[in-house]
Design a protein around this ligand. Structure first.
Ligand code: PEP
Length: 251
């Protein structure tokens, strides 16, 4: 059975005190059941604190929103996978569309980031997604296939099993324009098919594929009911404890 995951990407929001309050509020009202993994992705300065707060729970984890592709070195302002792992985090987001757009991260760098994360026992959540124009001109399957092939499909079977994929149509992120359940299921099934062609059905059936893009407490249930949607990567709605808890209880 695939892992069900609800992950909160806080982006560049919250202070240290807000971060502590948010995690504590979620921990006090969200079921700590292994059936659904809940992951917090706070800004980097709070990663150690958030990792400590979730330590000892059975279903909560912490992760970083990004890591550098190099092992270490003269990259002022950047954070290595080794540093992230040493904070007690278990996951790292790779290839979020905001990183691709504003920091010009390319598929080759993302491939190296995935390798670096795995090398430090972090599970990468690899984000893929098409732009609105690519959806409108029906190129979206090709775009997603290329993103998978260029940054993920070099992995061995055992390595790819340690990854998670997040399908995040760029036109749905932070816009209030959620993909319909039919649109989400169509793309998740396509991703599952691409995994099957590359790694075989047994592997493809074990990799969680999350939906992200204006997923909230109102629409999570119908999105998570889709057979190939294994949970969500949540931005805006993860900043409000009550909403994040509702989403985590939407399976
Ligand atoms: C995201 O940033 O990954 C995201 C899905 O954001 P939002 O939920 O706000 O659209």
């Amino acid at each position: 059975m695939r892992k069900k995951i609800v992950a909160g990407n806080w982006k560049m929001n919250k202070t240290q005190e807000d971060a502590k309050n948010l995690v504590e509020a979620v921990l006090s009202s969200c079921k700590d059941e292994a059936a659904v993994t809940k992951i917090f992705f706070p800004p980097m300065p709070f990663l150690g604190m958030v990792s400590s707060l979730v330590q000892g729970t059975s279903s909560f984890s912490a992760g970083a929103q990004n890591c550098h592709y190099a092992e270490s070195g003269a990259f002022t302002g950047e954070t290595s996978a080794a540093a992230i792992a040493s904070c007690g985090a278990s996951y790292v987001l790779v290839g979020h569309s905001e990183r691709r757009q504003y920091f010009l991260e390319n598929d080759e760098q993302l491939k190296q980031k995935i390798d670096r994360a795995l090398g430090h026992s972090l599970s990468p959540i690899y984000c893929v997604g098409e732009q609105l124009a690519e959806r409108n001109n029906h190129h979206y399957f090709t775009v997603i296939k290329n993103q998978l092939q260029n940054s993920l499909f070099h992995l061995s079977e055992s390595a790819v099993l340690r990854t998670v994929i997040a399908y995040e149509p760029v036109w749905a992120i932070g816009t209030g324009l959620t993909a319909t359940p039919d649109q989400a299921q169509e793309m998740h099934a396509f991703i599952r098919l691409a995994l099957t062609e590359k790694y075989g059905i047994a592997v493809a059936q074990k990799i969680s594929v999350l939906y992200g893009g204006s997923c909230n407490a109102k629409n999570a249930k119908e999105l998570f009911a889709c057979p190939d949607v294994d949970g969500g990567l949540i931005g805006g709605a993860s900043l409000i404890a009550e909403d994040f808890v509702k989403i985590a209880h939407s399976f």
